[in-house]
Design a binder for this molecule. Sequence first.
Ligand code: NDP
Ligand code: HSE
Length: 439
Amino acid sequence: MKPIRVALLGCGTVGREVVRLLHEQADELAARAGAPVELAGVAVRRPHKHADLGDLLTSDASGLVTREDVDVVVEVIGGIEPARTLLLEALKAGKSVVTANKALLAEDGPALAEAADASGVDLYFEASVAGAIPLLRPLRESLAGDRITRVAGIVNGTTNFILSAMAASGASYADALEEATRLGYAEADPSADVDGYDAASKAAILASLAFHTRVNSADVHCEGIRAVTAGDIAAAATMGCVIKLLAICERTPADESMPESVSARVYPAMIPATHPLASVDGAFNAVFVEAEAAGQLMFYGQGAGGAPTASAVLGDLVAVARNRVLGGRGPRESAYASLPVRPIGTLRTRYHVSLEVVDRAGVLSTITGEFARHGVSIAAARQTGEGNGNGSARIVVVTHKAPEAALAATVDVLAGLDVVHGVHSVLRVEDLGRKGVAG
Ligand code: NDP
Ligand code: HSE
């Protein structure tokens, strides 16, 4: 059988493992794909660091992706450029593409899909979300006969490690981040993880597949975990909750402001300690998918790391190789539904608001009055303090579901009141119940 020839772009954490598995499992991969899968070349930035790859090495990635003897391009460089230009060149030249690049897919996925369609070749990207966990193929293929209502979960290992460490030991955010860096989970510049952008890219990809709608990273409301304090974690515990950085993609029903739409958002939220996502600790990922006929499905496993991510890359590579051997293509982009994306302000969420206030009679009623004035219904309010007019008291308010915009306006007003020393924290409370609805 004529071999399937692979150009590998990038040979770092993931790329090195792709090379190892291609080499170690060559016979089995050939049997599964229906033809030998061979490396044709490996493009890196600094070839001197990869001398063991010998003649396969090149620093001319552009030349490699259009070479006559290349069938498939595997991209594990990351970032927008030069990855975008290289992949567009490869697709135009009739090469199928496998990529782990969530940032690029979330920013410009449709351009890649259109280039793949124009050339009649494959575009696979299982490794771009949740590392080793088979998640995109179930959304694209296994659930293609169902109507997905929600995809929600933990899709960033670094932040889950930090929040788990804070919950386990009472550590501060800064100390937990230092530990994550020491153990190699967080990068030197951890902002893509801790500011939520990595999870937002993944949410854009998940929402696009689940709801047959183009959703890009700019459509995803994104808040990270930098502001989460040990006090927030303790407050969550007193409510029987834990705090997790969630990516939530929902089909939201029509209401007075919008037709049926899609919501995609990333933020730290309190979830019940009894929910299965609450016990996902360390750098693991877990995602709940809800579909009308299938009900709830949970996907769990290693969402990062060289070997787990390479497993997903190799799975895609075998799929592409099979398509080449047998003829035909894998699934194309499906964006027929074209649902509008719901602005965050119209979503309805429960909130936990913690305030530092003047410790005297009537303050609780002033505070709860502001919630009422903005139409935000209170589920519970608790005040701690001596009530003697000296010093501060702490007021914690938990709301029923309320529009984000109304809650934000309430908090703005509260922050400006004379009797409020400060808004200590504002956290969403997600019950992650059965129905993926806006309110
Ligand atoms: P690394 O930073 O470890 O490796 C990047 C590789 O790309 C290096 O080999 C580097 O070359 C090469 N490279 C960088 N710029 C160029 C260029 N201009 N031309 C050619 N080669 C270049 O990244 P990772 O392996 O961690 O990540 C790769 C991709 O996989 C990213 O898209 C990432 O988001 C995704 N991913 C990573 C996961 C992980 O756990 N690491 C998990 C899931 C997805 P050199 O070695 O010479 O510097
Ligand atoms: N930085 C990511 C994480 C890697 O921590 O989950 C996987 O995409």
